[in-house]
Design a protein around this ligand. Sequence first.
Ligand code: PHE
Ligand code: FE
Length: 290
Amino acid sequence: MAEETHIDTRPPEGANPDWTVPQDWSAYSETDHRTWDTLFARQAKLLPGRASQSYLRGLDVLKLSKPGIPDFEELSDRLMALTGWQVVAVPGLVPDDVFFDHMANRRFVAGNFIRRPDQLDYLQEPDVFHDVFGHVPMLADPRFADYLEAYGRGGLRALELGALKQLARLYWYTVEFGLIDEPEGLRIYGSGIVSSYSESTFALDDPSPNRIRFDLERVMRTDYRIDDFQQSYFVIPSFDELLRVTIETDFEPVYERIVGKPDIAIDAILPEDDVITRGTQRYAREKAAE
Ligand code: PHE
Ligand code: FE
């Protein structure tokens, strides 16, 4: 077991010690670029009026609408000028400490491969479309850029404190599947939603899922599902507020307090929740009955 873990934490052949690899932009095929363009066109049509203002602004200022898979060097130049972040390529998932260390140094790790044309809607590991289209626009927002850097440092700390599971839930329910309450209405900003054709509608419009106001401790106690649409979404009031509460709160006592408490089920609503939508959970029920 220890032996295996050891092997798993070494970068693959040809990768740098920090697990990065060259993006190798010229190696993408015409099909690869066309897959990006297809996915881009589909999402770009859907997102105005659904995605957060911050996300849409990021998409625009980073010029992600340029045809073909973005060149990370060009993208990093733009991003660096805006918020000091870079995008670096990795061959796939990397160990937690490596991931956090890059983040704490304002380097966003992105998969350099793209899904096959027959996998437009589903894939197991994050590819360049999820990572770049889904995550990078938010990094053009200075508050979100600060949040993710702080999260990287918090991740290294959570590893030491044995609280990775709790901290990972915060990432899941904000960075990956977060909703925000904007003056015009609820909007999506989580990368897992904005990069998904079906979930970008489901998360906002479907009566099935719960939509609950964000509470740090509540989120850190809540399970999540990685195989299908979420059964609960958490809604932040603003990026300023998300940044404020996560930076001002020392997580160590929070971790200590919640290890003694039971986990909260993915579809649960608690008496103390500030509920925006009480979901019917019809979607999950029908899926389970299949
Ligand atoms: N305040 C957190 C801690 O004490 C660090 C953190 C900041 C984590 C922002 C996530 C997001 O560990
Ligand atoms: Fe992601």
